[in-house]
Design a protein around this ligand. Structure first.
Ligand code: AMX
Length: 433
């Protein structure tokens, strides 16, 4: 496989680089930790490695050094499309280089070959109660695929540690290929007629998702799917879904165990679930005013939300201190294709008004929008209106980044994660000193 060969070629150099860095500078201090951070969710403590992506507080996410506009501009695109191949993005994440069109297509072909979901997974999902949350179904389905793990088999067969990454890559490719099919089945099962979707090898990853969901504007939604998966793929190492996948993988649990755990974290309201809360809020404004309100009406509505003790969903960020470039990319996508849509006009007005309100309130460190402020509105436009499903779509994007990280963690022999905990009494004691 092309990705395997390219990683293989890079690996000796990477191993030497990391070995020398740790050997020559292992004792060098790069951060200090205070009690507030220990009690504050380890916020900002520099203690993880990822060469796949980095969030710059001032400019936003960079994938292998490329900003969102650069990624969207430089990656190869399917014929007649404006949004790049997801396979090209995965090549960039894995290899660190912008692929040729042929490279991107080769990744897509690999996924098509691996996309068949075993029948027992469908049967298992069908037996679940009707009101099961789609994220439960997704996480269960991923775990159910574990019996096919090539890494688990290789480990059991006593393969050398240096080679763990090869079967991890195989699992990563299998899992990524099957995930949109499983997600589409969950959509059919929960909200449509429950038919089993079929991956079409003539279509790319994003176009397949659109096709398998069965939306009306298949071409338009294929573009949105590619955009959505690219934007949601990775956000450096410390966010809950990425960190969880890494942590579980660090115990040498295989990619199915690791990603299923990551999905469970993604399901939380402070993480992936936020996108549906954002759309909820936009719709509540639309319904309250029968459309797009005036600036003054929205200003008052936003203050009412804050005074009611609630946050304004879609605004603020733990790391970013500017407008999230993933928000901007989605807004531009919508303005180019459906500028008159009520929710898009509303999202634009909110972008104008809410940062002012949050600045006046003075609490949020970043009053600008994050990725979630608009993502649900775009899904809604194409008729994917089942809010509970939105985090599943996020999961189909997120698998790309966390699998790239996991393969490289295995390739570079990253050890089991094991931070140290303290008791409150110990910290009180050290505070006195
Ligand atoms: N509305 C109202 N208050 C906000 C706010 C918002 N959008 N964003 C931050 N604040 C408040 C916080 O609640 C906190 O108040 P407190 O001191 O009373 O607890 C204060 O401002 C400081 O918070 P912060 O350091 O700026 O943010 P954070 O790093 O603690 O949290 C986040 C970041 C995203 C959880 C927060 O901004 C928030 O709750 N936003 C709304 C929900 C949302 O958009 N989530 C999506 C996150 C992106 C993702 O993972 N998908």
């Amino acid at each position: 496989m092309m990705l395997h060969d390219k990683i293989s070629a890079q690996l000796p150099g990477w191993r030497e680089r990391v070995k020398n860095l740790v050997k020559d500078n292992g004792e060098k201090v790069i951060d200090q930790v205070n009690i507030g951070q220990v009690y504050g969710g380890m916020r900002d403590i520099k203690s993880m490695v990822s060469d796949i992506s980095y969030v710059d507080p001032g400019t936003g996410i960079k994938f292998r050094g490329y900003s969102i506009p650069e990624v969207l501009d430089k990656l190869p695109k399917p014929d007649g499309a404006e949004i790049p191949f997801v396979g090209g993005l995965f090549h960039l994440l894995m290899i660190g280089e912008i692929p040729t069109t042929a490279d991107a297509q080769e990744v897509e072909v690999e996924w098509a070959k691996r996309s068949t979901v075993p029948g027992y997974v469908y049967s298992m999902l069908r037996t679940m109660p009707k009101d099961t949350h789609p994220m439960v179904l997704l996480s269960q389905a991923v775990l159910a695929l574990e019996n096919g793990s090539k890494y688990a088999k290789a480990y059991h067969d006593g393969i050398k540690k240096d080679l763990y990454w090869e079967s991890t890559l195989e699992d990563a490719m299998d899992l990524i290929a099957k995930l949109p099919v499983i997600a589409a089945f969950i959509y059919q099962l929960k909200y449509r007629d429950g038919k089993e979707p079929k991956y079409n090898p003539k279509l790319d990853f994003g176009a397949n998702f659109s096709h398998m969901l069965g939306v009306k504007d298949e071409k338009g939604y294929a573009e949105l799917s590619r955009l959505y998966f690219i934007l949601h793929s990775d956000h450096e190492a410390g966010n809950v879904s990425a960190h969880t996948t890494h942590l579980v993988g660090s115990a040498l649990s295989d990619p199915y165990f690791a990603f299923s755990a990551g999905l469970n974290g993604l399901a939380g309201p402070l993480h992936g679930l936020a996108n549906q809360e954002c759309l909820d809020w936009l719709i509540s404004v639309r319904d309250q005013f029968g459309g797009v309100p005036s600036r003054e009406e929205l200003y008052k509505y936003a203050w009412d939300t804050l005074n009611g003790g609630k946050v304004i969903p879609g605004y603020g960020h733990a790391v970013l201190r500017v407008t999230d470039p993933r928000f901007t990319a989605q807004l531009e996508f919508a303005k180019k294709r459906f500028p008159d849509d009520v929710l898009i006009r509303l999202a634009e007005l909110v972008y104008d008004v809410v940062p002012v309100v949050l600045k006046e309130q003075g609490k949020a460190k970043n009053p600008a929008p994050n990725v979630d402020a608009i993502s649900g509105a775009l899904q809604y436009y194409y008729g994917v209106c089942d809010f509970d499903f939105y985090t599943v779509i996020f999961g189909v994007g997120r698998v790309l980044g966390v699998m790239a990280n996991l393969v490289w963690s295995r390739a570079l022999g990253q050890p089991i994660e094991r931070p140290k905990s303290l008791t409150t009494a110990m910290m009180e004691e050290s505070a006195k000193k």
